[in-house]
Design a binder for this molecule. Structure first.
Ligand SMILES: [Zn+2]
Length: 199
């Protein structure tokens, strides 16, 4: 039994749902990419790519579809390493306008995902950062549990930031994939913001 499995087993006998949940909240990753992507001059597509760079490392969690063993063996391995960061950032950059700036930001957001996972994925879940060249592991034995106040506060802070962007910039993470809904959401958020500021 690997150290990762030992750590998890010591927590409890987890169900499949527990396994899926044992990660930083996916919506927090999405919002982190959105919020930070709005700090620089980017096109709508590049802002979408910022969210992808901050979220797609968790694609390796889809191994759960092939069973718990596959999930244990490959989550935080296949998609959470330097090579995956360079490949994903490079691919997104090909379709970006501001090439070098975009590449650097995608790379940074990918690593922000790793940092959030390091702190928020529960104790003892290693990140195999140099895979496939090395099995060297980054482990935080004191990471926050999934339903910790730290994880919830982090997600809430990004949500407030997202709402602020909607009011100020007039856009939400849906701007490219569902533009009509994006407009409606911005209207709604601005209306609520106006009401709460006048009341
Ligand atoms: Zn992750």
């Amino acid at each position: 039994m690997t150290r990762k499995k030992s750590a998890a087993a010591s927590v409890s006998e987890w169900t499949t749902n527990d396994l899926i949940r044992n990660a930083m909240h996916i919506q927090t990753h999405v919002m982190s990419g959105w919020c930070l992507g709005n700090c620089l001059e980017f096109t709508p597509r590049e802002r979408l790519f910022c969210m992808l760079a901050a979220t797609l490392p968790d694609l390796d969690g889809l191994g759960i579809l092939a069973g718990q063993e596959v999930y244990w063996d490959y989550h935080h391995v296949l998609g959470h390493n330097l090579l995956a960061a360079l490949v994903l950032s490079g691919l997104l950059t090909i379709f970006s306008t501001h090439r070098w700036k975009a590449f650097c930001v995608y790379l940074a957001l990918f690593h922000l995902h790793l940092v959030l996972d390091y702190f928020g994925s529960g104790p003892g879940w290693p990140i195999v950062y140099l895979w496939p060249f090395s099995r060297w592991e980054i482990v935080n034995w004191h990471a926050w549990p999934f339903y910790s106040w730290q994880n919830i506060t982090t997600g809430f802070a990004f949500l407030l930031w997202l709402l602020w962007i909607a009011v100020r910039e007039g856009r939400t993470p849906l701007e490219v994939i569902m533009p009509k809904l994006d407009v409606q959401l911005v209207e709604l958020i601005r209306r609520i913001a106006r009401c709460s500021s006048t009341s």
